[in-house]
Write a protein that binds this ligand. Sequence first.
Ligand code: NAD
Length: 414
Amino acid sequence: MSQDTNPYHIAIKQLEMAAEKIGLDPNITELLKHPKRVLIVSVPVKMDDGKVKVFTGYRVQHNPWRGAYKGGIRYHPKVDLDEVKALAMWMTWKAAVMDIPYGGAKGGVVCNPKEMSQGELERMTRRYTTMILDEIGPYKDVPAPDVYTNPQVMAWIMDTYSTIKGYAVPEIVTGKPVSIGGSLGRLGATGRGVAICAREACSKLGMSIKDARVAVQGYGNVGYHAAVIAAEMGARLIAASDSKGGVYNPSGIDPVKLREHKQQTGSVLGYPGAEEITNEELLTLDCDILMPCALESVLTEKNAAEVKAKIVSEGANGPTTPQADKIIYEKGILLIPDILANAGGVTVSYFEWVQNLHREQWTEEEVNQKLERKMVKAFNDVYQLAKKENVDMRTAAMILAVQRVAEAFKGLFP
Ligand code: NAD
């Protein structure tokens, strides 16, 4: 039987599994399987050559029971509706696991930002924003960055929204530049959470993160910060990759120099003193901590048995298929699921939103300390539940999240 790697099907399977474990009312399970709203827009953009190109954009709002919708916007040629629906559902669980007052949403535009000029990206972002404007809002739906969107894109969204409203509305998006209301510590927050979870997992396994060998797939925002913060905790980065391939050096790679090399050359490939490896080889490398920080469904039935890491801390959303989950659990690997491991980003997004609503600015130290407390608490909540229920960490995180979301349900309107 061929493996189903459709992220939405996977998200539904994960929900069904958790719902069954807690004996959830089947009517609530049915409600939670479907996003509350799906918006599809055709975004016309005047390209630099004068021709108009129409891009497909999505905004999916999964569930609002615990608070305003919250979720990133992805620019990628392979964005599709099922992917955005899955990502929106995972956001609902993520906010619930972290116990922050948000529901789940996600957006995306099918485009290749690598082939677009800054002007084209700006016009596309501003037009997309106007087309989803009625459905977003500071108390309604608050977008954030995701793959190939960054603080600049968030600034365009805020400026477009504010221009139409007639006053500055920083709380409409998170992940903004600090100069216009972004939070200190936001850029590195997701990676910080991935590293904190890896450190906590090390202590549960009776090992130290000091000198632990780390391999990172996807050396972007999340992967880079996870590597740097793990290195600050004493770990050793031995491999990293991007869409072009990976590099490996068992004696250690300087994470900051590797990023400088990627910024200068466009890839981690060719980093001095390191051997080239494929993305596939990186995933099954002999290491202590594996951090998949690129895209979905990279750990599958085909390669899971070959994973040698003792800990997997999921920086990316949905990097592991359910079949792979089972194999990894049976191998005794401690896998920290995406809805916990990469929730540092949405947590500091929440801090950013709170600061904006109160027109305050917290110090980076304050933000990092609050994040540390939230991550450690959530990790331990999930870990203890996993032990109690004798299940893997993903199932435990899902049980916790689904229970919290279901608890907020007040019944059908009218
Ligand atoms: P990014 O665009 O900064 O980086 C993505 C990296 O992955 C790039 O280095 C790219 O070259 C690499 N990549 C792309 N395709 C690849 C492939 N096939 N194999 C290996 N590497 C590949 O994006 P990001 O913000 O770091 O997001 C990465 C992942 O983390 C995504 O799954 C995203 O949904 C998830 N995530 C991001 C945040 C956040 O705050 N940015 C929060 C939660 C989850």
